[in-house]
Design a protein around this ligand. Sequence first.
Ligand SMILES: Nc1nc2c(ncn2[C@@H]2O[C@H](COP(=O)(O)OP(=O)(O)OP(=O)(O)O)[C@@H](O)[C@H]2O)c(=O)[nH]1
Ligand SMILES: [Mg+2]
Length: 333
Amino acid sequence: MTELDPEPMPVHELAVRIVAGERRALAKAVTLVESTRSDHAEQAQALLALLAPRAGGSVRVAISGVPGVGKSTFIDALGTLLISLGKKVAVLAIDPSSVISGGSILGDKTRMPRLALSDQAFVRPSPAGGSLGGVARRTREALLLCEAAGFDVILVETVGVGQSEFAAAEMVDVFLLLMLAGAGDDLQGIKRGILEVADLVAITKADGSNRERAENARLQYEQALRLLRGSAGDGSPEVVTSSALEDRGVEPVWRAIEAKYRALQDTGMLERKRAAQRGVWLKNVLEHSLQQRFFAHPSVVRQLPEITSSVERSDITPEEGARRLLALFDSET
Ligand SMILES: Nc1nc2c(ncn2[C@@H]2O[C@H](COP(=O)(O)OP(=O)(O)OP(=O)(O)O)[C@@H](O)[C@H]2O)c(=O)[nH]1
Ligand SMILES: [Mg+2]
């Protein structure tokens, strides 16, 4: 992780500079919310509180899909389109397994060559390691910082393995799922849950010899999604084909995102959705903090190995082991 300057900027000054659109201040603030130091955490919370009234004005979009489906390339094309429409774009990533080198995910900036060079874009990869809960929380806070800095659209890239796409779904307005033609050729290999949160599906790499297959896949997915989602009554997501490489199909995706966002706004659903997301966020923070406190509790630390052994030997049941540990935690807090 990048070190903060030896002379930290007062939080108030940092806030002013972020609102003024100073990118260095924004980058510094994101580093602050990512820091695991407790004094930094305090400053970060003070900063977020100062900036909260300025947040909330962006279109928040998650872009998810299996590794290699073309997320970064698509984001580069979409972001470039948005900039040509006069918008400022921030790109954040949630990837707890990523490797960071010199402050950026290896290779990621090179996959977004146009955005990396544009002064209308801010590209920020996620920190390495840590639990998903921690990484997702920091991404959420980074998102609010980008909003306060005046970015019109925030794109959250998340790799579609594990649970990170569900964490992303809980922080955005519109969820775009990228899929490959012929990868399984039916929906069996795909986690059902993710199809249920998708607002929009794009079949990527619809170019060259892959174009026809992509079109076939589109029809197939569209039909399958209608069956899957039909009964839920919330409308089935639109399925489109796209080629980021040839810059085709990117604009229709943006139009569809915009339409979704506007519909949410017009029906009052946007505020309700975001309110519900804040509730989920509170619960996540509580779960995370309680877990940390539990495993750091001195009596728990002392007794955990012995109780674990007893459970492993079947001397006591896992439930009994948990009951004893929780009793230690409860009695001495
Ligand atoms: N033919 C074709 N290739 C593409 C397209 N988009 C991406 N690719 C290629 O697919 C590979 C993966 O692209 P990325 O954009 O890095 O994919 P990603 O989903 O971000 O990958 P991870 O971040 O590693 O999960 C690269 O070699 C790209 O050049 C496209 O529209 N057409
Ligand atoms: Mg990528």
